[in-house]
Design a protein around this ligand. Sequence first.
Ligand SMILES: Cc1cc2nc3c(=O)[nH]c(=O)nc-3n(C[C@H](O)[C@H](O)[C@H](O)COP(=O)(O)OP(=O)(O)OC[C@H]3O[C@@H](n4cnc5c(N)ncnc54)[C@H](O)[C@@H]3O)c2cc1C
Length: 411
Amino acid sequence: MPLDAEVVIVGAGPAGLAMAIALADAHFSVTVIDLQPRAALAAPAEDGREIALTHSSVETLRTLGLWSRLRPGEIGRIREARVIDGDRHDAALQFRSQGALGWIVPNHALRRVSFEAACERAGVRLQDAVRLVQVATAPSHVDLAVEHVADGSREALRAQLFVAADSRFSWARRQIGIAADMHEFGRTMIVCRMRHALPHHDVAHECFGYERTLAVLPLAGEMCSAVLTTDTASATRLMALPAAEYAALVETQFGGRLGPMHLVGERFAYPLVTVLSRRFTAMRSALIGDAAVGMHPVTAHGYNLGLQGVAALTRILREARDQGRDIGDAAVLAGYERAHRRDAVVMYHGTNAVAKLYAGQGAVQRLARQWVLRGAQNLPFLKTAIMARLTGRGGLQPPVSLRLGDPTQRR
Ligand SMILES: Cc1cc2nc3c(=O)[nH]c(=O)nc-3n(C[C@H](O)[C@H](O)[C@H](O)COP(=O)(O)OP(=O)(O)OC[C@H]3O[C@@H](n4cnc5c(N)ncnc54)[C@H](O)[C@@H]3O)c2cc1C
């Protein structure tokens, strides 16, 4: 049986599509398969996620030709970030930049532009409304079977390399025999957009209250994203509150800093489960995006890390092909495992530690929190290191760049 594509990717989410575009630009042939129908992929529904992007992610999005496709009203800027501890009014920790600490874009807009760009690449074939039902890896190739959602008919696909980008609860990961460690926080994040009377001045706030945590992120225009995290029973109750009551609760917890606040659209609830795959590669296979590392959203790094993985895997596959090597060879994939694990493990465990510290209500945790915040605020080198990690700029490890790109597409 001949190859259908050099690489087959399961999952046309933001990570899977970025991977497809990057590989097509590096002249690989790619097939992407996804459960959702074309119409849902082309015009993704709002899901309440506002994705904070580091500078290096924006550079990658420019290289892939995605950034210029976003509408001006979809790009918000974060100029300053303040961390508030407990019911104090002043910031315990503050990060500021002359330009931007980072950018913020709705997840559904990232999905839309990723789908548009992927469809325009001649090297990408998209199969929508199909479920991956079988993966069989062999030393020389990978055989896959997909089932058409419409009529249950099956189709076979063969590739040199299989890439799984089918979410943190990846079905494909299990099929290729990769174990994953999951952590259930027992907490749920409620996200929604809100309008407010006073300007936000592009300042993001993270307020660590003693019952719940509230992040207020500045969006384009006089709009913000309110991200409230609490235990799951309280979240169920809060989701059922009438819109005006919920808005009043957020406004009070935020100390009225933005004046009267009103809910815009729906609230979305995300139970918090983080996942770290024990390996990112198996025979002729690799994991990317949330299928590799499903991060806690508190440090806003899931998609950013996903793009780093895309850049790392693309670079390694391109180098292998240029050297005349087989792109599915275990020694080639080991390069991706090393590069991505180095970035992912520190970020994953660091983020989980922050999330646990701030979920704890005991006196010891409160003291630890104050100690950490004061330490970070008063030790310039620590503050610089945190800022470099948060923004993806000037860190100890330079971000992996795709270095592909068409300079005419830069904006
Ligand atoms: C509330 C919230 C806020 C966040 N904020 C940020 C942030 O500020 N910054 C940041 O960097 N990240 C953030 N993230 C994380 C970010 O949203 C994710 O990392 C990113 O969306 C993951 O993309 P993905 O492509 O890996 O997976 P997904 O978006 O989950 O896509 C998986 C795709 O696989 C398809 N699929 C699944 N199973 C199959 C199958 N068997 N057959 C065919 N197709 C299949 C699905 O249909 C889907 O299209 C946030 C997450 C949440 C929940």
